[in-house]
Design a protein around this ligand. Structure first.
Ligand code: IMP
Length: 209
């Protein structure tokens, strides 16, 4: 019998591989949207990470008919009332890159003293089923914004974010070390536990629409 499949709402095969690694051995196969052409681009128009994760997962379910899941992440800085949050990717405006975003963040935080530089990386994973049920899972990694960028690993805000209890930034850590602490890892691990338990209890919820 072929394994049932669960679809990760991304066109990016690297992301599918990364998430398969996080999720380990599963009783179902994890496929990306590459396996369901033509390409599906979903506009992330939500006002929260939860909205965007659901938008993408629902679009994948509509396209494929399979149980689908998707994530959305962002950095929330306390002194900036939670910004950049859901707008993390485009904080410095249209067409900006990671360096532009980090420069803007450090500029806004210039006069904020060390004790008030708390921030949290948050990841939300949405899981949606063909029978209409939906679940959200959250992973959080608390830390602080450094005074200047440090390190060359990783991506995004990694050079300006030091996780709690660490003097190094994410960009100064090796990838496996960062991954064990990361919001994305924690959220996908929760989603994995839920999916595996649900599959064992009610495999019929995984049947194709
Ligand atoms: P996405 O939802 O995973 O695509 O993340 C949106 C944006 O949040 C990225 O473009 C980054 O700017 C930021 N971000 C999310 N996760 C991380 C991380 O682990 N390190 C650094 N930046 C991140």
């Amino acid at each position: 019998m072929t394994k049932p499949c669960v679809v990760l709402a991304t066109q990016n095969p690297h992301k599918v591989r990364e998430i398969r690694k996080i999720m380990g051995r599963l009783p179902f196969e994890v496929k990306g949207l590459e396996d369901f052409p033509p390409p599906l681009r979903v506009r992330e128009t939500g006002k929260t990470l939860e909205d965007n994760a659901l938008l993408k997962a629902r679009a994948a379910l509509r396209r494929t008919g399979h149980v689908s899941f998707s994530d959305d992440s962002g950095l929330e800085v306390k002194a900036l009332n939670g910004a950049p949050g859901v707008y993390s990717a485009r904080f410095a405006g249209p067409g900006c890159d990671f360096d532009d975003n980090n420069r803007k963040l450090l500029r806004l935080m210039k006069d904020v003293p060390a004790p008030r530089r708390a921030a949290v990386f948050r990841c939300v994973v949405a899981v949606v089923f063909p029978d209409g049920r939906e679940r959200l899972f959250e992973g959080r990694c608390p830390g602080r914004i450094t005074a200047a960028p440090r390190g060359r690993q990783g991506f995004g805000y990694d050079p300006v974010f030091a996780p709690r209890g660490e003097s190094r930034t994410f960009a100064e850590m090796k990838l496996p070390e960062k991954n064990r602490l990361s919001h994305r890892f924690l959220a996908f691990r929760k989603a994995e536990r839920f999916l595996v338990l649900t599959f064992r209890r009610s495999p019929n919820r995984f049947s194709h629409k």
